[in-house]
Write a protein that binds this ligand. Sequence first.
Ligand SMILES: [Zn+2]
Length: 139
Amino acid sequence: MSALGVGKEVLSYCNKCKLTLAHIILTMKDDANIGKVECKTCHGKHNYKDPSTVGAKKVKARGATKQSKSKLSVADLWLDAVGKSDAKSQPYSPKTEYVLGDIIDHPKFGPGVIDKVIDGNKIQVIFRHEIKTLMHKLG
Ligand SMILES: [Zn+2]
């Protein structure tokens, strides 16, 4: 990067424009630190603001929002369903009748939450790694 100095162009955050824009250096604190700058867009004069410190926060916040909106995996659905349910976990038996929100402990698939009661003898269950259709009310 070329040496900084009065009259040179620099990128600074502008409070009026709310953007990182080209500014002209008006004063220098010392050889390495910019004092005041003038915005080339609105011609406002203000202290230099390093855009990397101003912008970093915004980018981070945006990234977090994006992540939370990404598609839910089965594990996420499972966590969500378990969190919503206040039912006690019970060992799975095809003879028992289950209702929405019941938590079962399956010998093969582990803990699961009843997501849907399909028809007569079928239930849809969210397990940690997969969603399964199981039988209930048999016998
Ligand atoms: Zn401006």
